[in-house]
Design a protein around this ligand. Structure first.
Ligand code: GTP
Ligand code: MG
Length: 335
């Protein structure tokens, strides 16, 4: 399904692949970064186990999914039996404990969709978010990590897109633009739709892994080592893919009707999801289905004004890659 006509990328696009790959390499977290991260997690685990010996800490988000960069925060999920208490009470108690144990800038953010404690580790400079029993996030982190092992171009594309989104100020959910997680889902969906395909749809295959979260099953094929040459027939370089990604979101995606779904490995319709009208604050102007919480649209934060901004950024990026003499420089110019 192509809209906006067939447009081919410039003949010399591949010339920009080495430049893009070196940007990708420079974004990778260093060994020092990773060891500071594990120190932070160890001291966090100590503080928590004093109060709640039976609680478990899970890492999720990009520090666990391999989509991390040196700018990523540390996302931690505390798995704990809350009994008759509430998540909010528990978070407030957690904040108290962390302050006593000399963590810095500890703050309980209890009004968010997913309530968290946020803190800053002054030693390492890391920002760390702690949530309670958000096992969907732990499950989707594993899914992302497994996708990343199938074809190296996913990590490259997603890291570059996330970097671009941060610099162009379209990675700020509190301002109505998209989360990093949303951009990674957009990249996976895009690579599932290439011809020949670069990624399979793991949730459409015979499940080898199941995790039950809140009575719903998160199941998919996770023996990804068997799929290491899945995308081999497709020879597109990271430069072609990056341009095609922006071109898709600038000109080909039908914002009125389409929902991207990595769960189905294809585009589905707003109609079948009942995402055609605004419900409360969810406007569904740009629809990105969560793979496990299928009622959850990662694009719900986008409004009439920010969708214009985001689409203009996609158009700008596609145009720069298509026409500029030095696209790598211009593309990432801070907004
Ligand atoms: P960076 O920290 O920017 O490197 O990206 P990240 O991959 O850690 O993503 P982000 O901080 O946006 O989200 C962390 C994790 O939260 C994701 O990997 C998901 O597992 C989970 N998550 C689930 N639902 C949502 C959601 O609606 N918004 C966000 N932001 N995260 C979600
Ligand atoms: Mg994160």
């Amino acid at each position: 399904k192509m809209r906006g006509g067939w447009v081919e990328c410039r003949g010399d696009m591949d010339a920009f692949a080495p430049g893009l790959l070196s940007i990708y390499e420079s974004l990778k977290p260093s060994e020092e970064h990773k060891s500071k991260q594990s120190q932070l997690i160890d001291s966090l685990a100590k503080s928590v186990s004093k109060e709640w010996p039976n609680a478990r800490l899970h890492l999720y988000g990009s520090c666990a999914s391999s989509f991390g960069t040196s700018h990523s925060d540390v996302d931690v999920c505390l798995e704990i039996d809350i009994g008759t208490g509430s998540v909010v009470e528990l978070l407030l108690r957690l904040a108290e404990i962390l302050r006593t144990d000399n963590f810095d800038d500890v703050e309980a953010i209890t009004s968010a969709r997913v309530p968290i404690v946020r803190m800053l580790d002054a030693g390492s400079g890391f920002s760390c978010d702690i949530c309670i029993n958000n096992l969907f996030a732990v499950a989707n982190t594993k899914l992302l990590k497994d996708y990343a092992q199938i074809d190296g171009r996913l990590l490259q594309l997603a890291s570059i897109v996330k970097h671009w989104a941060k610099l162009r100020a379209v990675n700020e959910t509190y301002r109505g633009t998209l989360s990093s997680y949303a951009y990674v889902l957009m990249c996976i969906s895009f690579l599932q739709l290439r011809e020949p395909k670069i990624l399979p749809c793991l949730q459409a295959m015979e499940p080898t892994y199941t995790m039950v979260v809140d009575d719903s099953e998160c199941a998919y094929f996770d023996e990804v080592h068997q799929l290491h040459d899945f995308g081999a027939e497709n020879k597109e370089s990271i430069a072609e893919l990056l341009w095609a990604f922006f071109h898709y979101w600038a000109f080909q995606h039908d914002y009125r009707k389409d929902v991207i779904s990595i769960r189905m490995g294809k585009i589905i319709s707003k109609k079948e999801k009942n995402w055609t009208t605004r419900v409360g604050n969810d406007r569904h102007l740009m629809c990105i289905e969560d793979p496990f919480e299928t009622g959850h649209d990662l694009g719900r934060v986008v409004d009439r004004q920010t969708i214009r901004i985001i689409r203009e950024e996609f158009e700008r990026a596609a145009a720069i890659l298509q026409h500029s003499d030095d696209p790598c420089d211009t593309l990432f110019q801070p907004y």
